[in-house]
Design a protein. Structure first.
Length: 160
C-alpha cells in the first residue's frame, strides 16, 4: 500500500527539499545495512562506514566541521546547491556544518569521519554531531537502514 508524502505532524511543508522527497521515496524500499566501525583514541571519535557498490544513501545533517577520508571506492556526491562531485579513493575532504549529502556508490566504498570528543558512546556522539530527524516527510523516529543496529556495532577502543 503506497502512502502519500505528507509532512509529519508539526512539520511545515514549505521546509521540504528535493532531497527530502527522494529520501521519503527511498524509505519505501528495503533498507540497506552498512556496517559501521567505531574507534576511539583520547579525545577523538573515528567513524568508518562501509557502503556497497550500487547503493544510494542519504546522510544526516551535519552540525560540525570535521574531516573525512574515502579510503576505498568511487562515489558520486550530491549536496543541495552544489554540482554533483565524483570522488575516488584516496580522497580527503572537510564536511562543513549544515551539510547533507546524497551518495551513490560506483564501487564498494569506505568513508571515515573524525570527530573531536571525549565521549565514548557512539549513539550519544551521533546525536551531538548530526541532526537525524530533519525530513518532515518521514515518520517520527524513522531510522534508515544504514543507521539501524542489526547486532552490536563494531567498537574498537585504541589506547596510546
Amino acid at each position: 500500500m503506497e502512502t502519500a508524502l505528507e509532512p509529519a505532524p508539526n512539520q511545515p511543508l514549505e521546509k521540504v527539499t528535493p532531497l527530502d522527497v527522494l529520501e521519503a521515496e527511498m524509505s519505501k524500499h528495503p533498507q540497506l545495512h552498512c556496517p559501521v566501525v567505531h574507534r576511539f583514541t583520547p579525545g577523538l571519535y573515528i567513524r568508518e562506514i562501509f557502503m556497497p557498490a550500487g547503493s544510494l544513501i542519504t546522510s544526516a545533517l551535519h552540525k560540525t566541521c570535521h574531516p573525512f577520508v574515502i579510503s576505498k571506492g568511487d562515489v558520486s556526491v550530491y549536496e543541495e546547491g552544489r554540482e554533483v562531485g565524483r570522488y575516488q579513493a584516496p580522497y580527503t575532504g572537510v564536511t562543513q556544518p549544515g551539510t547533507r549529502r546524497l551518495l551513490y556508490m560506483h564501487e564498494d566504498t569506505i568513508w571515515t569521519t573524525f570527530h573531536p570528543t571525549d565521549k565514548t558512546d557512539p549513539d550519544e556522539i551521533v546525536r551531538e554531531i548530526t541532526e537525524t530527524e530533519i525530513n518532515p516527510l518521514l515518520p517520527k523516529n524513522f531510522i534508515q537502514g544504514w543507521r539501524q543496529k542489526p547486532d552490536q556495532p563494531l567498537i574498537q577502543e585504541v589506547t596510546p
